[in-house]
Design a protein around this ligand. Structure first.
Ligand SMILES: [Zn+2]
Length: 273
């Protein structure tokens, strides 16, 4: 499939109605897919025998460049189209894949606290490095897991996207935090955590540095938020002592969701039998 400009490239298209850039990459349409005929032919690129990792004699935790990325590296603003309300630019940024273990199976809650703390520390270092790039506005670290969200590689891994733009939702959150600080003179997140801790008792878990809550305004079933109890502007500011507590909170949340969803599957199976 060709773009309207007849070329294959990584583009950010401006949606003037909602004032949002949409990143489009045509080569992603040819990526292998786990379902269907191609599934049987698919070889995990992250198992120790894989060619992709052959250059590493022995690895424990590794960060790799994502090859089928929808972004290109570069600081120069390249305009591809300007037509009245329309605008298309080259989508600059990069993406890393973080392999947490050479083992195929495992999860944040089944791998050791030490290992996952090292993974989070690696993600923090990548965040600092990527955020310093002149063309990067936002660094998003996420865990890839499950067929349900279209994950190609089932070997457990995380991804770090260094994006040339800030998403609408994050932008709205940042503006609200700034506005609230101007009016109330204190942190909005601190107030939210305070409401949950002191009054609503909807705290799922807490340790010395972090709290897991189901906020009053949760939109999704089982929605949970992990917040620091002390002020950290970003993961770059999280002190080394607190990193272990962040890992602890993330492992608890993962174990909670795994138990919850497995129990639901069991109940579904029981009701069908
Ligand atoms: Zn694998």
């Amino acid at each position: 499939m060709k773009s309207i400009r007849g070329v294959l490239m990584n583009e950010a298209c401006w949606n003037p109605l909602v004032k949002q850039w949409i990143i489009v990459t045509e080569h992603r349409s040819t990526r292998p897919w786990r379902q269907g005929k191609k599934q049987a032919m698919f070889k995990c690129p992250f198992c120790p025998s894989a060619l992709e990792l052959a250059y590493l004699e022995k690895w424990s935790i590794v960060s790799l460049l994502e090859l089928s990325i929808c972004l290109v590296e570069g600081s120069l603003l390249v305009k591809l189209l300007e037509l009245d309300a329309y605008s298309v630019i080259e989508a600059h940024g990069t993406c890393r894949v973080v392999e947490e273990t050479p083992e195929y199976k495992g999860d944040l809650c089944t791998l050791s606290l030490d290992r996952i703390t090292k993974v989070i520390d690696l993600c923090r270092n990548e965040y600092i490095k990527l955020f310093s790039l002149s063309y990067v506005e936002y660094v998003d670290t996420l865990r890839d897991r499950g067929n349900e969200i279209g994950v190609l590689v089932m070997h457990l891994h995380s991804q770090i996207h260094a994006l040339p733009l800030v998403s609408l939702r994050v932008k709205a959150e940042l503006e609200s935090i700034k506005e609230y600080y101007g009016v109330a003179g204190k942190s909005l997140l601190y107030s939210i955590v305070g409401c949950e801790l002191k009054k609503l008792e909807k705290v799922i878990y807490e340790n010395d540095y972090y709290v897991v809550i189901a906020p009053l305004y949760a939109m999704w079933p089982y929605e949970g938020h992990v917040y620091p109890k002390k002020h950290f502007t970003s993961i770059a500011e999280v002190i080394s002592g607190a990193l272990r507590y962040l890992t602890d909170a993330l492992r608890i949340v993962t174990a909670m969701y795994t138990a919850l969803l497995e129990a639901q599957e069991l109940n579904k199976d029981a009701s069908l039998s």
